[in-house]
Design a binder for this molecule. Structure first.
Ligand code: NDP
Length: 435
């Protein structure tokens, strides 16, 4: 007797005939991670026992549901038509289901590029499905944090080398003003090419926003999960929730106002070299998430008044940051924007004007002020035991003071005496009456 027959007979001998089918169903809809089954040696055996009899005993469907053949044929046609019909009606001013809107022209229903996008979306989802991402696998990030940082560093170095090498062949008009010194190390660090692109793919713009900022949020979420696992919590601690929410707000804001990034010094002035590649791929995700990482191993209890105080501080910082950046961006886009007509301006020889009232009349970099207030609000949930969670505020203060000086020098070059007038009118740089 063959093994197959043997198995089949054994199954048929069992008194409960539904058993093999039940097993097959269980295995098909098993919600455990496939990896969890990885070490379960009997897997091959189970498959053999489960699947072979299932094929042999698959019952013929005699009771037809959904109205039988005719019913399912009609549904196959009607269901897609219903979706499209609802969408067409919904787009009408009179969105009544009793209305009979004109049918859209056939060619308006099809575009090959749109079809390509849908296929890409499905492939992207398939990739996410295959990759080990999910609630449980996020703990991988916490347990491999250093290795992830080292790998990101390697990627940023390789990218910088590629950027430097390709910049050697770039035409002069593509070079950044500050990264064409002729010194290998200086140009490697500062970046020679202003906006290196592969076909239409803008490498700097992509790195500036996507891998680092999204990576930062993913790491934060992983830390929240690690905290729950380590301390057997049902939910992340209030401190962890605050840190995650504040950072999420900041990143969502950056994406929401993505076009504003185009006016940042990084994009308009700095070349793309090690400084930005490292900043985007390693510095941002791995140092900005330090507060969440810290909280995993250093829990900090927050009383309600503290929570209210910290949230208020973040709201104040965010409001200043957002309002200042939005005002400046709107003003640059349209200097006669009616919503800004109440603000005072001074003209410059370049034809552009400078805002000298409102937030931009309070200090010369109100957006930096808002950023710094937020930075403090992000650190406070970690308490006062160590200075490490305050690393971000300290770093940002140094960076923004240095950046302010760089911007000041550029603006003085651009606007000459008008800039001096502005400085006389608005005396403080970042913090009113202090700096
Ligand atoms: P800004 O967005 O402040 O832009 C500076 C430019 O704005 C100047 O060069 C000038 O350019 C214009 N400008 C200056 N003063 C005026 C005025 N009074 N009226 C109108 N226009 C004016 O600079 P950054 O690119 O440095 O910063 C962008 C944002 O990024 C900030 O909010 C900053 O806080 C944030 N940031 C955050 C970092 C972080 O690590 N979290 C790091 C770096 C920045 P022009 O006149 O040519 O338009």
């Amino acid at each position: 007797m063959t093994e197959e027959n043997d198995t089949a007979n054994k199954v048929n001998e069992k008194p409960a005939e539904v058993e093999p089918e039940k097993k097959v169903v269980e295995s098909r809809y098993n919600l455990r991670r496939r990896k969890d089954d990885g070490d379960a040696k009997p897997a091959e055996h189970t498959e053999e026992v489960e699947q072979k009899p299932a094929v042999a005993t698959a019952p013929i469907t005699t009771v037809l549901e959904f109205g039988g053949r005719l019913g399912v044929f009609c549904m196959t046609l009607l269901l897609p038509a219903t979706v499209l019909g609802l969408m067409v009606v919904c787009s009408q001013e009179d969105a009544s289901l009793m209305s009979s809107p004109p049918l859209p022209a056939l060619d308006s229903l099809w575009d090959l590029r749109v079809f390509g996008m849908v296929v890409l979306w499905l492939l992207f989802q398939a990739l996410l499905y295959v990759l080990p991402v999910g609630k449980i696998d996020l703990s991988y990030i916490h347990s491999h944090f250093l290795q992830l940082a080292v790998s990101s560093l390697l990627c940023s170095v390789l990218l910088s080398v590629y950027l430097y090498v390709r910049s050697r062949w770039a035409t002069q008009d593509l070079l950044a003003p500050g990264g064409n010194s002729g010194s290998v190390i200086y140009d490697f660090f500062m970046g020679s090419e202003l906006n290196p692109r592969i076909k239409g793919f803008d490498l700097k713009y992509f790195c500036e926003l996507r891998p680092g900022l999204i990576g930062w949020l993913v790491i934060n979420a992983a830390m929240a999960l690690a905290e729950m696992q380590l301390h057997h919590l049902d939910y992340p601690s209030p401190a962890m929730i605050l840190v995650n929410c504040f950072h999420l707000l900041y990143v969502l804001d950056a994406f929401w106002h993505e076009e504003g990034v185009l006016s940042y010094m990084d994009i308009t002035h700095d070349g793309f070299g090690f400084m930005l590649a490292f900043g985007d791929l390693m510095w941002v995700p791995f140092t900005f998430s330090l507060q969440a990482y810290y909280l995993v191993h250093h829990p900090n209890h927050l009383s309600l008044p503290w929570i209210v105080g910290i949230v208020t501080l973040n709201v104040i910082g965010f409001s200043i940051f957002r309002k200042a950046n939005s005002q400046k961006n709107s003003f640059r886009r349209n200097p006669s924007d009616p919503t800004l007509s109440h603000l005072k301006t001074i003209p410059t020889a370049t034809g552009k004007s400078l805002l000298v009232s409102g937030l931009w009349g309070l200090v010369r970099h109100p957006n930096y002020l808002g950023d710094l207030i937020m930075a403090l609000a992000w650190s406070l949930p970690c308490g006062f035991t160590h200075i490490l969670p305050y690393f971000y505020v300290i770093y940002l203060s140094i960076l923004l003071v240095h950046r302010e000086a760089r911007d000041e020098a550029q603006c003085r070059r651009k606007y000459g005496s008008a800039w001096d007038d502005y400085c006389r009118e608005v005396r403080y740089r970042i913090i009113p009456r202090v700096y």
